[in-house]
Design a protein around this ligand. Structure first.
Ligand code: CP3
Length: 351
């Protein structure tokens, strides 16, 4: 049973092997657009409790797979569990998103941050992985993930989401040394965390760099891509991760695809701004690609949604190494019928 997922279309596409149809999964596929998610969510007091209860995290991970013939599951958790485990008090407020009670504002604020042992402070995540791997069909790969150091630093310094990242970028432009110390700590914590997920049983790892695209090119290379490259190099050298595909997604990072590929990532996530044929021209066949339907296309008419899907499949032109996905996470109001149509259309038209 151990290897029954290795020939799955998802893992074959990660390895750029031919597949009988284009595999598809969706960023944020477990979430508020599903009534069964909202029902499970209502059983607990908050989002963090959902993440911290392995039975419920397992349940919501499996929910989208019961509804749609998706080709991979993604661990239900959040990127901000890591700063939380480092000692930062975290609250997810309805309608407001994540809030850290005491954002990092001075170099001295770093002193209280610990580097978590994943089997201690993040044991609930690894327990969820172990449980999901037992409950999930053995043919379906499970994707583990973490936020990129820069994206986590943005939330830790701002304390919440932001339009302009004034605080985080003030560090970058006034005290890059302290920012580097923070990023180094995140790199070390994330390596241990991702290795922990690999040991617990995931089949692929994804780095979510949601805010890399807010940087200048040199700042992206130094503060976002550099730390991610360190993580990837270290994972490659650790036995439990050596064979796992690594997916790198920098939202807004279309200009830097070649640099991203040079990190040794196996798959690059693409947002919706770039045409797949253009990405392929830039990249050659060095990496697989994942993407890139605009999540808002799911609010369109069925024929125009299908036209978008056809355009993306055509731009890939049948080349091996394409995993269909959205260009960013699915949103809470998305109609379920559109998701059904999407998954069915990708499978049928690519076959
Ligand atoms: O993809 C999946 O289905 C797996 C689960 C997952 C969640 N968050 C669940 C979640 C994953 C992979 C994430 C990653 C994540 N979290 C990112 C990177 C990807 C991206 O979307 O850019 C970021 C930036 C976060 C931080 C975060 N978590 C924000 C900004 C928010 C609030 C915004 C929102 O959509 O409400 C969250 C909360 C969150 N994480 C929810 C879910 C399902 C909604 C909370 C709820 O149910 O109350």
């Amino acid at each position: 049973m151990t290897d029954s997922w290795s020939q799955s279309p998802f893992l074959r596409a990660c390895r750029r092997e031919p597949v009988e149809y284009t595999p598809i999964w969706l960023m944020r596929q477990a979430g508020r657009y599903l009534p069964e998610y909202r029902a499970t969510r209502a059983q607990v007091s908050g989002f963090l409790e959902l993440c911290q209860t392995p039975e419920l995290a397992c349940e919501v991970t499996l929910q989208p797979l019961r509804r749609f013939p998706l080709d991979a599951a993604i661990l239900f958790s959040d990127i901000l569990t890591v700063p939380h485990a480092m000692g930062m008090e975290l609250d997810f407020r309805d309608g407001e998103g994540p809030v850290f009670a005491k954002p990092l504002r001075h170099a001295r604020d770093l002193q209280s941050l610990r580097e978590p042992d994943p089997e201690q402070e993040l044991r609930y995540v690894l327990d969820a992985v172990r449980l999901i791997r037992r409950e999930l069909a053995p043919t379906i790969p499970l994707i583990g993930f973490a936020g990129s150091p820069w994206t986590l630093a943005c939330y830790m310094i701002e304390g919440r989401g932001s339009r302009d990242f004034q605080h985080a970028k003030s560090w970058l432009y006034s005290d890059p040394e302290t920012l580097t110390i923070l990023l180094d700590r995140l790199v070390r914590s994330l390596i241990l965390y991702l290795r922990g997920q690999a040991k617990a049983g995931v089949q692929a790892l994804m780095l979510f760099d949601t805010w890399g695209g807010t940087l200048t090119t040199p700042a992206y290379e130094q503060f976002s891509l550099g730390p991610m490259a360190q993580i990837i190099a270290s994972l490659r050298a650790s036995p439990e991760c050596r064979d796992l595909p690594i997916i790198l997604f920098s939202k807004g990072g279309t200009l830097w695809l070649r640099e991203m590929a040079a990190t040794g990532a196996n798959v690059l996530g693409l947002d919706w701004t770039v045409e797949l044929d253009r990405a392929r021209d830039l990249l050659g066949d060095t990496v697989a690609i994942q993407g890139n339907l605009d999540p808002m296309a799911l609010f369109g008419s069925p024929p125009l949604l299908q036209a978008e899907i056809r355009r993306i499949l055509a731009a890939n032109g049948g080349r091996p190494g394409h995993i269909f996905n959205l260009g960013h996470g699915i949103t809470p109001q998305t109609p379920i019928a559109a998701v059904e149509l999407l998954v069915e259309t990708v499978h049928n038209w690519s076959a």
